[in-house]
Design a protein around this ligand. Structure first.
Ligand SMILES: Nc1ncnc2c1ncn2[C@@H]1O[C@H](COP(=O)(O)OP(=O)(O)O)[C@@H](O)[C@H]1O
Ligand SMILES: [Mg+2]
Length: 248
């Protein structure tokens, strides 16, 4: 469904991607793992049309995305939940959701989807007319995901959705992602939370310094990579360490 071939990207003189090739098949949940600064967000921004690759090719459902502006890429069926969520705090929950539906013309469908989001995310359903800034971090993350779903994407891209959330809310977000996948959504998930990500993905890529270092099923990755080193310590320390090995 989505294919990146040898994608290079830079910020001025700073080279961020040095030939990234990844593949997401329809219905798959694919993880993109790597330390801070590895190039994960940059990879997503090239897919979303925000950054133009300096080399390489990106195709979606067999069609090249080269030169398409971000809005057209949303229209092709790719929705992204950005790092840091970026909801609009002074707008209501419903207004935020409406912004996610900007490509949609049909009011009946819009109403239907709005109701569906209220059912999928009961907290949002109860707070449609409350300003989004009053939601907790976990609720804002749900809103950011719901807003992306309002465009009825074929591919949902999430950039570190668990970042900054309390452990209980992290679990909630991972359960939600697993559920969306079970319901048929194709998902590309960027995470630093390696252990939880490997529990839910079909396949994952490990990127390091702008290149794919390894890819495979969770079992393959666990076998070949010291996943705790990917963490850079912080998350392992926060979780008391030692959870990486032998966890189911
Ligand atoms: N706006 C920017 N300007 C200059 N360099 C950037 C910018 N954004 C990211 N970079 C650099 O590009 C590299 C990849 O960053 P990024 O894709 O954000 O990594 P990740 O999401 O994996 O943490 C890093 O070296 C980072 O410093
Ligand atoms: Mg990032």
């Amino acid at each position: 469904m989505l294919e990146l071939k040898d994608v290079h990207a830079q910020y001025g003189a700073i080279v961020a991607l040095r030939g990234v090739s990844i593949h997401v098949a329809e219905g798959d949940l694919v993880g993109l793992l790597g330390a801070n600064g590895a190039g994960k967000t940059t990879t997503l921004l090239t897919i979303a049309g925000v950054i133009k690759p300096s080399r390489g090719e990106i195709t979606f459902r067999g069609v090249s995305l080269a030169g398409l502006p971000p809005e057209m890429i949303v229209r092709k069926g790719i929705a992204m939940v950005p790092e840091g969520r970026e909801i609009f705090p002074t707008l209501t929950v419903q207004q935020n959701l409406r912004l996610g539906a900007f490509i949609r013309r049909n009011r009946v469908e819009y109403r239907h989807d709005l109701e569906e989001m209220g059912e999928l995310f009961p907290i949002l359903g109860e707070r449609m007319h409350q300003s989004a800034g009053t939601l907790s971090g976990g609720e804002q993350q749900q809103l950011a995901i719901a807003r992306a779903l309002m465009s009825r994407p074929r591919l949902l891209i999430l950039d570190e959705p668990s970042l900054g959330l309390a452990p209980r809310l992290v679990d909630q977000v991972f359960r939600l992602i697993a559920r969306l996948r079970r319901e048929g959504m194709t998902i590309l998930l960027v995470e630093q939370n390696v252990i939880q990500t490997l529990r839910i993905v079909d396949r994952a890529y490990l990127i390091s310094m702008g290149q794919v270092e390894m890819s495979g099923t969770p079992e393959e990755l666990k076998r070949h990579v010291d996943m705790e080193s990917v963490y850079l310590g912080a998350t392992v320390a926060a979780r008391g360490g030692g959870q990486g090995r032998g966890a189911p």
